[in-house]
Design a binder for this molecule. Structure first.
Ligand SMILES: NC(=O)C1=CN([C@@H]2O[C@H](COP(=O)(O)OP(=O)(O)OC[C@H]3O[C@@H](n4cnc5c(N)ncnc54)[C@H](OP(=O)(O)O)[C@@H]3O)[C@@H](O)[C@H]2O)C=CC1
Ligand SMILES: O=C(O)C(=O)[C@@H](O)[C@H](O)C(=O)CO
Length: 280
């Protein structure tokens, strides 16, 4: 799509770049500068959320940039406290107002909150908002296969993507296979493990030395070769550039296998199993 970044086509035909920019905790005027820098650096897919309280900062960065709106892919997410149909519709409208946008390219249900049992209603609101032209592509986040089954069965509409926790210590093989079988694109949240111990892993460091790349670059390349779409967050232009420079080399099958083996059953950063964990 741009700067040598390949694109992916979602199951509803929307074209998106193979890597995006994460914005959790990036807000206010400092946040506008960070997001503007990301756009200048070449990111065209920007991930935000109603709960990040930064849809306004994303909108301001878009207006500051010289990139035509239609070349950008902007995502936001519906919070758990607004899953009822009526609240979901007004929240989508509010998200648009906050960003000063006419439409979102992607809008996701942030967490399924299964105990609340309202995510099917929320999904119906996203389906309708897409029909009304407020959203181009609709998806979910943190949905387990059982939650995906339910919305697909009850509405007949398959999400275009599912944004899930995914990094070398939590590689989500079963979840990814389910997505692949159903034509759902996997987006990786906290793709760098939120700068945890994984950035000091000796096996990844050794692969990085072989390719003359950094550990974050090896990890992001691993996501790309898994077929997942990573959303690294980085505050400086230097790191933003570093994280985009992952399309000029490939990992061998053996290197992919070495990283795949690092996954652990309890590898989540926090104890956020979507079967139990709820977020409002
Ligand atoms: N749907 C969901 O439930 C969730 C979605 N997300 C989304 O995923 C995005 C990414 O996840 P996030 O949790 O932010 O974590 P990431 O895995 O993207 O890691 C971000 C951390 O890594 C550091 N970092 C980035 N690049 C480098 C580099 N090249 N070298 C060294 N350190 C680096 C950043 O530091 P610094 O900023 O100082 O540069 C920051 O501390 C979020 O911003 C959000 O958009 C995240 C969590 C949950
Ligand atoms: O950042 C997000 O999108 C979240 O859903 C957060 O809850 C995230 O999982 C977190 O910060 C947990 O500590």
């Amino acid at each position: 799509m741009t700067h040598g970044i390949p694109s992916k086509t979602l199951n509803d035909g929307l074209e998106v770049p193979a890597i995006g920019f994460g914005t959790a905790n990036i807000k206010g005027s400092a946040g506008v500068s960070i997001i503007s820098s990301a756009i200048d650096t070449g990111y065209r897919l920007i991930d935000s959320a109603f709960n990040y309280e930064n849809e306004g900062a994303v909108g301001a960065a878009i207006r500051r940039s010289s990139i035509p709106r239609e070349q950008l892919r902007i995502t936001s997410k519906l919070p758990g406290r607004h899953h009822s149909y009526k609240k979901a519709v007004t929240t989508i409208q509010e998200s648009l107002l906050r960003a000063g946008l006419d439409y979102y390219d992607l809008y996701l249900i942030h967490w399924p909150n299964p105990k609340q049992e309202m995510y099917v209603e929320a999904w119906q609101a996203l389906i309708d908002a897409k029909k009304w032209g407020l959203i181009r592509s609709i998806g979910v986040s943190n949905f387990l296969p059982e939650h995906l089954e339910k919305i697909i069965h009850e509405t007949g509409v398959t999400p275009s993507m599912n944004q899930v926790e995914l990094h070398p210590y939590f590689s989500q093989e079963t979840q990814r296979s389910y997505h692949q079988e159903h034509g759902i694109t996997t987006e990786s949240w906290s793709p760098l493990g939120r700068a945890s111990h994984v950035l000091e892993n000796k096996d990844i460091q050794s692969i990085a030395q072989t390719h003359d790349k950094t550990i974050p670059q090896i990890i992001l390349r691993w996501h790309i070769q898994l077929g997942a779409l990573p959303l690294p967050k980085a505050s400086s232009a230097g790191r933003q550039r570093e994280n985009l420079a992952v399309f000029d080399f490939s990992l061998s099958d053996q290197e992919m296998h070495t990283i795949n083996k690092l996954t652990k059953p309890d590898g989540r950063i926090h104890d956020q199993d979507p079967a139990i964990y709820e977020e409002f």
